[in-house]
Design a protein. Structure first.
Length: 336
């Protein structure tokens, strides 16, 4: 083989291009290049600040809103349609082992205290919103009480009702039963409504305390376990496509725009940027000196990763040689 030092730049470019046009030679070149990259330490292939710069640029760019609208969201739609055609239910995902693990976690998990959320809703607003509901329920219940028992407890004001009935009788031509029913009904309605309104104002706080005590009791926990079991049973019978349909939040364009802007604001917060940088640096520092090959082998993905990298590099080199881009780049570089 003629020595490379005696070859002109143009001839060198042609010889390299010829070698790369040979499938076997090109494949061996790609394998050696990938193997050389896999043998490099992690610190040579990943830089924390560069990664953050890419994330910040992505968050500030409106392009990914278009990607959501043109690619990701339609892909989710197509998958939902495929799930509907397949007709599978969540039971294929929630198998016996997965369900047992989930139930074991739910038995031991401690619900969040959510102290930060206590001031998000003004108690006065909650009372104003829900008190009429409690009041209406109490009034509906009171209307079903036997009238006799109510009258027995109302002896203190029966004399006043009698005077009202007498005046009503005189004005109604003596229809005593009808007038009595009207007067009694009106007074009972007024008193019941007043009592229900007063009770409802304080009932919400009492109900909250009673509910907490109930949930903490042994019987309450047993009921919750039954409810949870029924919930998981129902979820297992639910078609996956139905859940995906409910997760389709409209309007989509506004959702994508809001998501991008929230990400952009988050990535501009110094405390978050510092935390992400610190944690990424911690991960990189722990593996900085290790070859990429060792990390991939430890994760059990070395061979498929290597095959994929070689195949993609081979495809790129093939294309660059075929359209003349690589020979031209080499010629321009050697001519500098």
């Amino acid at each position: 083989m003629q020595a490379w030092r005696d070859v002109s730049p143009d001839e060198a470019v042609e010889r390299i291009a010829a070698r790369l046009r040979d499938e076997g030679a090109r494949r061996r070149f790609c394998e050696r290049l990938v193997d050389a990259a896999l043998d490099r330490p992690v610190r040579d292939l990943f830089d924390v600040d560069e990664a953050l710069a890419v994330l910040e640029a992505l968050a500030a760019s409106p392009a990914w809103e278009r990607w959501l609208a043109d690619a990701l969201i339609p892909a989710v739609d197509r998958h939902r349609d495929a799930e509907r055609e397949a007709g599978e239910r969540f039971e294929v995902l929630l198998g016996p082992q997965a369900r047992a693990a989930l139930e074991a976690w739910l038995d031991r998990v401690r619900p969040p205290a959510l102290r930060w959320a206590r001031g998000l809703v003004d108690p006065a607003d909650a009372h104003e919103l829900l008190s009429p509901v409690v009041q209406r329920t109490l009034v509906a219940f009171a209307r079903r009480l036997p009238l006799g028992s109510v009258l027995d407890e109302s002896a203190g004001w029966i004399g006043g009702l009698a005077r009202g009935i007498r005046r009503g009788v005189e004005a109604s031509g003596g229809r005593l039963v009808e007038v009595g029913r009207q007067v009694l009904g009106a007074e009972l309605e007024r008193r019941i409504t007043t009592a229900a309104r007063d009770f409802a104002a304080a009932a919400l706080d009492e109900a909250r305390v009673a509910l907490v005590d109930r949930l903490r009791s042994a019987e309450g926990r047993a009921i919750l376990r039954r409810m949870r079991a029924r919930l998981l049973d129902g979820l297992a019978r639910t078609p996956i496509a139905d859940v995906l349909a409910d997760l389709d939040l409209e309007p989509r364009a506004e959702m994508a725009a809001a998501g991008r802007r929230l990400l952009a604001v988050a990535l501009m917060r110094p405390v978050l940027v510092a935390s992400v940088r610190t944690e990424l640096a911690r991960i990189v520092d722990a593996t900085a000196a290790r070859p990429v090959r060792a990390l991939l082998d430890e994760a059990g993905v070395l061979e498929p990763s290597r095959r994929a990298a070689v195949a993609r590099l081979d495809a790129i080199v093939t294309s660059l040689v075929a359209d003349g881009t690589l020979p031209r780049l080499l010629a321009d570089w050697l001519a500098e």
